[in-house]
Design a protein around this ligand. Structure first.
Ligand code: GLU
Length: 398
């Protein structure tokens, strides 16, 4: 029997997680796969954050259901962080803590989308945006930024995509998968378009905020008139090496925060109590460990750029944040090693996995089928070895 709903049958599987699972399968067979598919810090959660969680367990006060939207002191700390670091004045009532930024985004789309509503997605985009929009009954409208513009969508392109059905737009900066960072003037131009349309909400995914090499993260919600129009999504996973703890959060207009709270109350209730205490420790401590990790990512970004530039046919931008490269690999399409012909980026990602034993993700899942994504949140040794294997393997395609 298979009575899976059409909704789930038609939903795309998460390409990042699927590729990570494939890499695990190969590893289980004893194949030495280097995994550059999942965007996951290779650092451990800093010790003081681990200690915060241990202390919470020992205190014995955090074993019951927390409030659905998160402990008040955590929401106060998040409100304080938003104010101090981002110039965003959300009250603790406007904060909802969730099971990772992914749930935060899912909540938002469930909260605002009616059947057939459109959401403009700046593309290349993170794989789950379109699936979560569709799951809520919406239609993702992809607007593409090309490599020649550092993969960034312009305000003019955005404006041209807006129709009477547009409910929201979503983008990430620093961007997963391209590493692009929107400057304040670019965000101002986008905000100007938003403010022309009365019922349009911005979903600003800022999960890579701390991994920004420009030294100037800008939040669109902090621009004049934008606080009431923006849901700011952030979380602990990337900046604090806390992917497994699953703590994401939003700051949003009260009506939207309330709606997200309502959905979460039916779906999952609050996020894990101990993880919330760990997040509180992280947000109320010095950011030095985060700065150190970012410094290391920057060193790797420079190394990987140099190494990728030595692979014939790879075209890359210079990522200004996050920890991904998104090379255009279309030069290899149609080439063959005599046995296998590579038609597209899906084929190339599989070819690299099977022959170089390196896992990367096809760009098609991120809205650009000319590209592949690789994460450089891996050790220098692994990165050197992985790129050297890719270079040797790709040279066989003629
Ligand atoms: N955000 C990470 C990535 O893009 C984690 C995987 C996921 O949840 O998609 O690889």
């Amino acid at each position: 029997m298979n009575i899976v709903s059409d909704r789930i049958k038609n939903m795309a599987e998460s390409a990042t997680l699927a590729m990570a699972a494939k890499a695990r399968e190969y590893k289980a067979k004893g194949i030495n796969v280097i995994s550059l598919s999942l965007g996951e810090p290779d650092f451990k959660t800093p010790q003081h954050i681990q200690d915060g969680a241990k202390k919470a367990i020992d205190e014995g006060k955090y074993f019951a259901y927390p409030p659905v939207n998160g402990y008040l002191d955590l929401r106060e700390a998040i409100a304080e962080k938003f104010k101090k670091e981002n110039g965003l004045n959300y009250t603790p009532d406007q904060i909802v803590v969730s099971n990772g930024a992914k749930q935060s985004i899912a909540n938002i789309f469930q909260a605002i989308i009616n059947e057939g509503d459109e959401v403009v997605v700046f593309s290349p985009f993170w794989v789950s945006y379109s699936a979560l929009i569709e799951l809520a009954g919406g239609v993702p409208v992809l607007v593409k930024g090309g490599i020649e513009n550092d993969f960034k969508v312009t305000a003019e392109q955005f404006e041209a995509a807006i129709t009477s059905k547009t409910k929201a737009m979503i983008f990430s900066s620093p961007c997963n998968p391209t590493g692009s960072v929107f400057t304040k003037p670019e965000l101002e131009a986008i905000a100007k378009v938003v403010l022309k349309h009365e019922n349009l909400v911005v979903v600003s995914d800022e999960i890579y905020e701390h991994i920004n090499y420009t030294g100037a993260h800008a939040s669109i919600g902090a621009l004049p008139g934008m606080l009431e129009r923006t849901a700011t999504v952030n979380g602990m996973a990337k900046g604090f090496a806390m992917t497994g703890w699953r703590v994401g959060y939003i700051g949003a207009p009260t009506w939207l925060a309330k709606a997200c709270n309502k959905i979460q109350g039916q779906f999952t209730s609050a996020n894990c109590s101990i993880a919330q205490r760990a997040a509180l420790t992280a947000l109320t401590s010095d950011l030095e460990p985060t700065r150190q990790m970012t410094k290391e990512y920057l060193r790797r970004r420079n190394l990987v750029k140099e190494l990728l530039d030595q692979i014939p046919g790879f075209k890359t931008n210079m990522p200004q944040g996050a920890f991904y490269f998104f090379p255009d690999v279309s030069a290899y399409f149609g080439k063959s090693d005599g046995t296998t012909t590579v038609k597209d980026a899906d084929d190339l990602a599989m070819y690299i996995l099977e022959n170089a034993h390196v896992s990367v993700v096809t760009g098609g899942a991120f809205g650009d089928p000319d590209c592949i994504r690789l994460s450089y949140a891996a050790s220098e040794e692994e990165l050197r070895e992985a790129i050297s294997r890719m270079k040797t393997t790709l040279a066989k395609l003629q």
